[in-house]
Design a protein around this ligand. Structure first.
Ligand code: MRU
Length: 356
């Protein structure tokens, strides 16, 4: 069994509850340990604390989380009562994180099953489990397709830079931004990857560096402030990142620090690619200005080594900690999805791509 698998699900059996079994990403790279959730609150907490993180993985985890609703305790409940319990769970899990639209997309799929169900109460959970597994399986397929589509754009590159972690740890396999690296590596073309450290929670230094190193793909960590200098030295052939939400006009919300990277790439004439599944698009939002940006606890900045470590910012000084920023579409060379590539994304091209 692959101990590093991001998300596993064990269906209820022999009187044992169903389990959502997560690789605890807060402990990486030092410790490979898993966290098992059997309740909705544990699932909500795991998403909020970034035990599981990355837009597609959050959606998959939440979908499985819905199946943990304790409906057995209501054996004599009517179908409308049980449906109401599931809807409560869905509404609650939707409050775990605000920016990644994949969370709401996956929960909407689960809600559609609940709303459309008309059979025996006992069968509803089976249908929800089936839907969650389908969401998980589709994600694997998506990673492969993005890997293939992205590889065509990166085939001429020797080195790429990425930010945060949009790899296997953020999905079910391969990831989005890292998928082309895995694809090319499998076909014998290994790229050198610069992983931005990604302050304040270090998803690049801790997670991207860890997973690429495990896979045998050469990876070099740089602090966020080194990116421009590496570009100026001609050491970066392309930048590729993931996304948490893409607006109808192609503006991209991704981990804080993505926007400055796109500005730097533009200045140095380096292509800036965004890799994301079509379920990361939010066609209802006209532009990136409307994307809700998660504001996280200032302690993540003030105590970067944990609550028991010395404080890094003076007592009484204000600290801001937005988890994401928005990169305007005009800075994006292309968006790579499982369906293909949108070059120079704008409202018309995004619409045509999603409708195709
Ligand atoms: O706060 P995180 O770690 O969930 O942020 C993750 C990112 O910003 C990723 O780049 C994004 O979700 C894409 S994951 C394929």
């Amino acid at each position: 069994m692959n101990e590093a698998e991001t998300i596993r699900y064990h269906a209820a059996h022999d009187g044992r509850p169903a389990e959502l079994d997560l690789l605890d990403q807060t402990k990486l790279p030092g410790t490979l340990t898993r966290l098992v959730c059997t309740t909705i609150d544990q699932t909500h907490d795991a998403i909020q604390r970034l035990v599981v993180r990355g837009a597609p993985a959050i959606g998959i985890a939440a979908a499985y989380g819905v199946t943990l609703t304790p409906v057995d305790a209501y054996a004599s409940a009517s179908l409308p009562e049980v449906q109401a319990r599931y809807r409560q769970t869905i509404d609650h899990l939707a409050t775990s994180r605000p920016t990644a639209v994949n969370l709401f997309w996956a929960l909407d799929r689960m809600r559609a099953i609940v709303d459309g169900f008309a059979g025996e109460v006992a069968e509803l959970r089976e249908q929800l489990v089936t839907e969650a597994i389908r969401i998980h399986d589709d994600d694997r397929q998506m990673c492969r397709s993005i890997g293939r589509n992205g590889a065509t754009l990166l085939a001429h590159c020797k080195s790429v830079m990425t930010h945060c972690n949009a790899g296997s740890l953020a999905t079910s396999m391969w990831g989005t931004a890292l998928a082309p690296m895995y694809h090319l590596h499998e076909s014998g073309h290994t790229l050198e990857v610069f992983a931005d450290e990604t302050r304040p929670l270090l998803q690049g230094a801790r997670l991207t560096a860890w997973e690429l190193h495990q896979a045998g793909i050469p990876v070099t960590v740089c602090t966020d402030s080194m990116s421009g200098s590496l570009m100026r030295q001609g050491r970066v052939d392309a930048v590729i990142v993931g996304a948490d939400r893409i607006a109808a006009n192609g503006d991209v919300a991704n981990k804080i620090g993505t926007y400055p990277l796109a500005v730097l790439a533009k200045y140095h004439n380096i292509p800036f690619y965004v890799a994301a599944p079509t379920n990361t698009f939010d066609a209802e939002l006209e532009s990136g200005d409307l994307i809700p940006i998660e504001q996280r606890n200032a302690d993540e900045v003030s105590y970067p080594c944990g609550a028991d470590s010395p404080r890094h910012t003076p007592e009484g000084v204000t600290v801001v900690n937005p988890a994401f920023d928005v990169t305007p579409a005009e800075l994006v060379t292309a968006v790579i999805t499982e369906k293909g590539v949108i070059s120079g994304p704008d409202t018309t091209k995004v619409r045509a791509h999603l409708d195709a």
